[in-house]
Write a protein that binds this ligand. Structure first.
Ligand SMILES: [Zn+2]
Length: 245
């Protein structure tokens, strides 16, 4: 169905042509939930860019060795997605993570997500959609290109099995992510009446020194942080939300 509206895209000022789900519905296959949806142009609809499937596959495949320790919801999500791994084998590649890990460290294979499924940008877009849903406008003051997006569970690599083990261990961003966990975070918002299953996805945010921080948690495992400066109006809306929760 063509989406007809005068609304602008949640991420840019182009006219919207479709609806973006934040996060994508693929995460919640088989669950009862109320989606957060925002107007989107074709370029910023993550479903159309094909990134969603690769990212869901990549995150879930890397959980396979740990499923026994995970909740029933996460196990169900894995089982429902398992059949699609074959379609994403070129974009979410199961492989050893490091090119030079010491032999005595026995590490499971993880998933290499190809740069085409740009997870850093994808997380920024998710953040933008969540903000749009609350403020009802896309904030032109936010420069998403220079916004920071990082995860202690992710390391950029030029190809599969090409992460430098020692560099990964020393990554200062990982330290930063851990220190961010020490701050007090406010619970993110949900759509009514069902919200998202928290074992699959939830987020927190905080406002500090005019900077906004988001902490996304996927599959009760992966944390992704995004930080950026926003317009005074956006900061005010989020600060009010922060205080009321
Ligand atoms: Zn757009």
């Amino acid at each position: 169905m063509k989406y007809k509206s005068n609304k602008t895209c949640y991420f840019c000022s182009q006219k919207s042509t479709s609806t973006e789900h934040a996060p994508p519905s693929l995460f919640f296959k088989g669950f009862v939930y109320s989606s957060i949806t925002v107007p989107s142009c074709d370029i910023h609809n993550s479903k159309k860019s094909g990134a969603d499937q690769a990212i869901v596959s990549g995150l879930l495949q890397s959980l396979e060795p740990y499923l026994e320790a995970k909740s029933q919801d996460v196990n169900d999500a894995f089982e429902r997605a398992r059949g699609s791994f074959i379609y994403t084998k070129h974009s979410a590649i199961r492989s050893p993570v490091f090119m030079n890990a010491p032999k005595h460290i026995n590490l499971p294979d993880l998933a290499y997500i190809t740069p085409k499924a740009n997870i850093k940008m994808w997380v920024k877009q998710l953040t933008a959609a969540l903000i749009y849903w609350v403020t009802k406008h896309s904030d032109p003051f936010i420069d998403w290109t220079s916004a920071r997006s990082w995860s202690p569970h992710f390391s950029p690599a030029p190809a599969s099995s090409k992460v430098d083990f020692f560099n990964f261990i020393a990554n200062p961003l990982r330290e930063l992510a851990h220190s961010n966990n020490k701050f007090s975070w406010s619970n993110g918002w949900m759509n009514k009446p069902y919200g998202y299953p928290k074992t699959i996805y939830y987020f927190h945010f905080r406002v500090a020194n005019d900077r906004i921080y988001f902490r996304h948690t996927f599959y009760d495992t992966y944390q992704w942080f995004v930080s950026f400066k926003a317009s005074r109006k956006t900061v005010e809306v989020l600060t009010a939300k922060y205080r009321n929760d």
